[in-house]
Ligand binder design. Structure first.
Ligand code: SF4
Length: 135
């Protein structure tokens, strides 16, 4: 991975800080985990103009963005279920929150049930999965 530009790094650091606050999630206790994800997101801004999730493989990143915004951070899984498989937005002990995931989602199978410590925050797209109105 190329070293991302300072401009994109700054943009991502600001975004991530605000999104922790907005969603009531925490940084991973190992700072290197956070740093690696932020670097990957910033590198994708430089490469394709959007912070595409760095923890997935895309055969063609531009084609992925044309297909969908699903994996632009914060991704649909985060907005709907508060689940971040990159471990960028997590519970205080560093576990990804799995409480809101469907039971057959791989996150539940890998990590078991991890409760959401701040269920009143985040999940701005929960209406998409729960049929709630966003009005
Ligand atoms: S899993 Fe989602 S919220 Fe987490 S870093 Fe990737 S795009 Fe962002």
């Amino acid at each position: 991975m190329n070293q991302p530009s300072e401009k994109s790094l700054k943009r991502m650091r600001t975004y991530v800080q605000k999104y922790w606050e907005k969603t009531g999630t925490s940084p991973h206790p190992d700072k290197e985990v956070t740093e690696a994800v932020v670097m990957g997101l910033a590198a994708n801004i430089d490469e394709v103009g959007r912070p595409l999730c760095p923890c997935n493989f895309y055969p063609d990143k531009k084609a992925e963005l044309e297909r969908s915004r699903e994996w632009v951070c914060a991704c649909d899984e985060m907005k709907q279920w508060k689940y971040c498989h990159c471990l960028l937005f997590v519970a205080p002990d560093g576990s990804p929150i799995t409480e809101h995931l469907p039971e057959d989602h791989e996150g539940r199978q890998i990590y078991g049930l991890v409760k959401d410590p701040t269920p009143d925050k985040g999940r701005e797209a929960r209406f998409k999965v729960e049929g709630e109105s966003d009005e």
